[in-house]
Design a protein around this ligand. Structure first.
Ligand SMILES: [Fe+2]
Length: 260
């Protein structure tokens, strides 16, 4: 390995390091875009993939303009960031939480590149390579813009959605919610049934006089149908707050129903 003993040789090494970093991203960004759930995020990652291909070309041209071979030097830093990001992404639950992980991983690589391009641009200026400094500045601005776009996507949609995501074991949006919905509709139907029944009983009372002897057997008959207990329970749950409470006690309600 050649000794890096001048700013010029350090500058060339920086360019080759950046070239390898960009090539690693060209291989990685397509997978990240595929794993994104948000179409906006996926589109942003694909757009940056196209920019990244351009960054590779610019670095190759910069090296060639210095009369050098456009070879790269293994960028261990970018390799580590990508491996670290992939581990986090693979562990993340599919959906907004994974999108948040994708943005976090992508922004780490952007910031790493921004540091590298800032350094290389400054070296180029000091060494009198104005043309290369200008090209590096253009790439640096594109990295900053990509990072800013990811921040906007994170803050405007992905992070709030990820924050609202229940834990995988929490089935609030599944069985319990459906059971609560069922209890609510059943309670509504039961209230209507009770109303009609009360109407019939009142009518019978008017025909036969106001004797309680007529109404009491009718009430016992209703109780004996076996469905009245369920009807009473459902009727009690017909109001809003009770319906919400039903969601909390849904498993017990289901058990009770099965026991019949
Ligand atoms: Fe880049």
């Amino acid at each position: 390995m050649a000794k890096v003993d001048t700013l010029q040789s350090l500058f060339v090494q920086e360019l080759r390091d950046l070239l390898d970093a960009e090539k690693q991203l060209v291989r990685t960004l397509p997978r990240m875009a595929r794993m994104a759930t948000s179409p906006t995020l996926s589109s942003a990652l694909r757009e940056h993939l196209e920019e990244t291909r351009g960054h590779v070309s610019r670095l190759e041209q910069a090296l060639e303009s210095l009369g050098l071979r456009a070879s790269s030097k293994k960028c261990v830093g970018m390799q580590g960031l990508i491996e670290d990001g992939e581990e986090t992404i693979d562990e993340a639950e599919d959906g907004p939480v994974r999108d948040a992980a994708l943005i976090g991983a992508a922004q780490r690589t952007e910031h790493y590149e921004m540091a590298g391009y800032g350094t290389a641009r400054t070296f180029a200026t000091l060494l009198g390579h104005a043309g290369i400094a200008s090209v590096l500045e253009t790439t640096l601005n594109e990295e900053k813009a990509a990072d800013a776009k990811l921040t906007t996507i994170a803050e405007a949609m992905v992070n709030p959605e990820a924050a609202a995501e229940p834990p995988a074991g929490d089935d609030r949006s599944g069985f319990a919610a459906r059971t609560a919905e069922w209890l609510g509709s059943t309670a509504g139907a039961a209230v209507g049934q009770i109303g009609r029944m009360a109407g019939r009983l009142a009518g019978a009372g008017q025909k036969m006089g106001s004797s309680g002897a007529v109404r009491r057997p009718a009430a016992r008959k209703t109780t004996a149908t076996g469905s009245s207990a369920r009807t009473r329970t459902a009727a009690k749950r017909s109001s809003g707050p009770v319906r919400r409470a039903a969601a909390k006690t849904a498993p017990r309600a289901r058990k009770t129903s099965r026991s019949r």
